[in-house]
Design a protein around this ligand. Structure first.
Ligand code: ADP
Ligand code: MG
Length: 314
């Protein structure tokens, strides 16, 4: 293609909210064989909602929610936001205590004094959070986080989590003082266009893949809903780039679509990295394409644009 054609295509992309960082990226997109999608925030809306709260101890629901919201208040993870949001609503309806500002605003809620003091907070990417409240360790996250921290997961709890996962929900386990005290179920609906885009890619001869840090059962349930057969689950953030490399081995051209900090190594490793515009700055920086409309149809738009630009002129 002539430099003019590339410039025109880049402009057409920009008009459609598809920002392309350079002619090389535009050219590579025509050859894409695989599109690897991150799950949370990419295939799904990233608007997780707590659907289930189950306390497995004497603690009452309010206390339980206060504890986990306190632990998650400093995390930026979509799951953490969902938990804090749920606790805020629960607390408002339960006690009618919150000021009007705090009812409407997460930050105000966090500042409202209802949450407990937290020491030694750490976010464990792909696993959850850990902190100390009243000198006791609090863990909120997946089963690997809890079992690797030496927390016993009783059978009834495990069965409950499995049930959640089979209905495409993420189960979040909570330990206080190294005892399992409860479980949350979180649902994150698919983007409306996700299934159509997956089907469209297959029609174009491009193979869709899903990669996620979430557990296998939830991952499979979500993949089934969206029509993706090839799934990689329980992948730690650094592992997502390895997944990209594994698809590149036979000389295939691999696109990665993601939104999170944990996707940025994979976005950089891919032949074509595509960041969701609503995603984190780090992901946007690592990508070759930015999909400003946050609509997955633009993955197809991007491939089409490249194919048209580079076939017409030859
Ligand atoms: P994804 O690859 O789907 O974007 P992540 O790698 O961010 O997912 O997280 C993987 C899993 O780690 C989540 O499904 C959840 O079980 C757990 N997790 C991560 N962060 C948190 C958190 N702040 N609170 C609870 N669980 C978390
Ligand atoms: Mg994500």
């Amino acid at each position: 293609a002539t430099p003019t054609a590339v410039m025109v295509a880049t402009g057409v992309g920009a008009n459609n909210g598809v920002l392309i960082k350079g002619g090389d990226a535009l050219e590579r997109a025509q050859k894409i064989n695989y599109v690897i999608f991150d799950k949370t925030g990419t295939l799904t809306q990233g608007k997780a909602k707590v659907t289930t709260v189950k306390v497995f101890s004497e603690m009452d629901r309010g206390e339980f929610l206060r504890l986990i919201a306190s632990a998650e208040a400093s995390s930026e993870h979509p799951l953490a936001k969902a938990i804090v949001e749920y606790a805020r609503h629960f607390h408002f309806f339960d006690e009618n205590f919150l000021s009007e500002d705090a009812q409407n605003n997460r930050e105000e809620f966090v500042q409202s004094g209802w949450l407990l003091d937290v020491a030694g907070f750490s976010a464990l990417p792909g696993r959850g959070v850990q902190c100390f409240i009243d000198g006791k360790r609090v863990l909120v996250g997946n089963r690997n986080l809890l079992s690797d921290s030496g927390v016993m997961i009783p059978n009834d709890v495990e069965n409950f989590v499995v049930e959640l996962e089979e209905s495409a929900k993420t189960g979040i386990l909570v330990a206080y003082d190294d005892n399992l005290i409860g479980v949350l179920g979180v649902a994150d609906p698919l983007k409306r266009e996700a299934a159509v885009v997956v089907e469209g890619l297959m029609k174009m001869g491009v193979r869709p893949v899903m990669v996620t840090g979430d557990n296998w059962r939830t991952a499979r349930a979500v993949a089934r809903e969206v029509g993706i057969q090839d799934v990689r689950a329980e992948v730690m953030p650094a592992g997502k780039a390895d997944v990209v490399h594994s698809f590149q081995k036979d000389g295939s051209t691999v696109a990665m679509v993601g939104d999170g900090i944990n996707d940025s190594p994979a976005l950089a490793a891919a032949d074509v990295g595509m960041a969701i515009g609503a995603g984190t700055d780090i992901a946007i920086e690592a990508a070759d394409y930015v999909l400003m409309r946050n609509n997955l149809e633009d993955v197809i738009t991007a491939i089409d644009l490249s194919r048209k630009t580079f076939s017409r002129i030859r």
